[in-house]
Design a protein around this ligand. Structure first.
Ligand code: BES
Ligand code: MN
Ligand code: ZN
Length: 497
């Protein structure tokens, strides 16, 4: 259940199980250092710096009543603010019934940003990966006896209606992020493409979205041989492209948005097989599809005005006598022939035909999400995702959007002379370069062969979908990154008339 939001009481605050959190700007620090209300010694050594633009102190003496005081530098970046807040308050452990949030000394922009962070944190903090066996029984028991959700008491310059809107939007963002986390942490025998599709069916019904599934027969008909090469290893026809469509009931913006996701329920590498540590955790290779799906859910819940088509490429990368091999040449559904170089580059293979399909209805914007390359992690570590586009302005818009919401991304070039490395003697394009430098750029350049040039397209390589010890608002490794980024991009993107 979501936390509730109420105004600060006129009289005294609840006296039990309460965490009082106050936010002030750096300039108020001197005043607080003089204050009698707060243990001065906690604040004595307090200074802010560019490396530490947010700092907090919690009064540790009171029982059942905590007070945390946050100070931050004006203009602090959202990511730093999020880290500061998450590290200042342990939301995964707090059992506090009431959270009194005093933002009264802040301008409304900052108050909204902080209220959004708390609206996210309280829901993100409830997340636990699905457990099995005895652990599963315990989890269900715990779920049943769970204490009531936190009540947030807010003091701010925001109107109650605006505060409610900001808070509920944040709750929905975190619900979506938790869906990404749940799906991506499910073991690969629990989230096979078949079982994934079953879940998608239930979800689509709940959201009022139409669902179609293009199985291997349907994909054969359209010549989707890029996708089919990857799944040829398994004769059981459970792989394919799930398409969810949704239109707003009332007034539509007239924009058509296509979201595409890589949904590899397991990536062994195929004949270019991965070894131990590289294969471990490859059940999360479907995270891109979960981000596309969960983003749709959030946008529907919060009254989106755009039309959406969401394409999820559901597959596994396995080995068998029929599995695809390096040096094969396959022709994708737009007629582009691909020379296979490395069977472990399966993501770009399944995405080739999925992108072609996504461009068919001429949407105003295509965004794809994929845990596509280890190279993007080597470039950015697990702190940011990489973005690539056939429009410089769209790539820049994505970077700005990420900064705004604290889900940071970084832009890379594609095309131009990067094509040189993926020229093939025998086909229109090589799947990979034979050198392994900047594979994330070659992968994105390859993908551009399957996107109509006249359609603005953004590729998000979110191989950095988890970060040891958590990141931003997420206190756990698997962050559920991507939904807030998507919402912000769509908010900023202007359709070309
Ligand atoms: N799913 C992987 C990419 C990946 C690696 C995601 C590590 C998350 C963490 C992708 O299918 C892959 O195997 N890519 C290869 C491409 C290479 C063979 C050109 C890689 O990055 O090694
Ligand atoms: Mn792979
Ligand atoms: Zn993969």
């Amino acid at each position: 259940m979501n936390p509730s939001l109420k105004p600060f009481p006129k009289g005294p605050l609840p006296s039990e199980s309460i965490h009082i959190v106050r936010f002030s700007l750096e300039k108020d620090l001197a005043k607080w250092k003089q204050s009698k209300d707060y243990p001065r010694k906690l604040l004595e050594a307090f200074t802010l710096s560019d490396r530490e633009p947010v700092k907090s102190a919690t009064n540790p003496t009171a029982y059942d009543r905590l007070e945390t005081l946050f100070f931050y530098k004006p203009g602090v970046k959202t990511f730093a603010l999020h880290e500061g807040i998450r590290k200042g308050i342990d939301f995964d452990r707090t059992k506090t019934r009431h959270l009194a949030l005093d933002l009264s000394s802040l301008k409304s922009d900052d108050a909204e940003k902080i209220l959004n962070a708390f609206g996210n944190l309280l829901v993100l903090g409830t997340y636990e990966a699905t457990r099995f066996g005895k652990k599963g029984v315990e989890q269900v028991k715990k779920e049943k006896t769970k204490s009531e959700p936190t009540e947030v008491l807010l003091k701010s310059s925001l109107s109650p209606a605006r505060a409610k809107e900001v808070f509920e939007n944040a709750n929905s963002q975190a619900t979506a992020a938790n869906l990404v986390r749940t799906l991506s942490e499910l073991p690969p025998n629990e989230l096979t493409p078949e079982k994934y599709l079953e879940r998608i069916k239930v979800i689509a019904r709940e959201w009022g979205a139409k669902l179609e599934f293009f199985n291997q027969k349907a994909l054969e008909k359209i010549g989707a041989n890029g996708f089919l090469a990857v799944v040829r290893s398994n004769p059981a026809d459970t792989y394919g492209i799930a398409k969810l469509s949704w239109k707003p009931k009332g007034k539509s913006s007239g924009r058509k948005i296509a979201l595409v996701g890589k949904g590899l329920c397991f990536d062994t590498g195929g004949y270019n097989i991965k070894t131990g540590a590289y294969m471990y955790e490859m059940h999360r290779d479907m995270t891109g599809s979960a981000v596309a799906l969960a983003s749709l859910g959030h946008l529907i819940r919060t009254g989106a005005k755009d039309e959406f088509d969401v394409y999820l490429a559901l597959a596994e990368n396995l080995i068998s006598a029929s599995a695809y091999k390096p040096n094969e040449v396959v022709v994708a559904s737009n007629g582009v022939s691909i020379e296979v170089v490395d069977t472990d580059a399966e993501g770009r293979m399944v995405l080739s035909d999925t992108l072609v399909m996504a461009c068919e209805n001429n949407p105003d914007l295509v965004i794809d999400y994929a845990t596509l390359t280890g190279a993007v992690i080597r470039s950015l570590d697990t702190r940011r995702a990489g973005v690539f586009s056939n429009r410089d302005s769209l790539r820049e818009l994505a970077v700005e959007s990420g900064d705004e919401v604290g889900e940071r991304v970084w832009g890379f070039p594609i095309g131009d002379d990067y094509w040189d490395e993926i020229q093939s003697e025998v086909a229109d394009v090589r799947q990979c370069a034979t050198t392994n430098n900047c594979d994330h750029i070659y992968a994105a350049t390859f993908l551009s062969s399957f996107v109509k040039p006249e359609i603005p397209w953004l590729h998000v390589d979110l191989a950095p979908e988890s970060h040891k010890g958590g990141l931003g608002l997420s206190a756990k490794d698997v962050t559920g990154f991507g939904v807030r980024l998507t919402e912000e991009i769509l908010g900023r993107f202007k359709k070309k008339k």
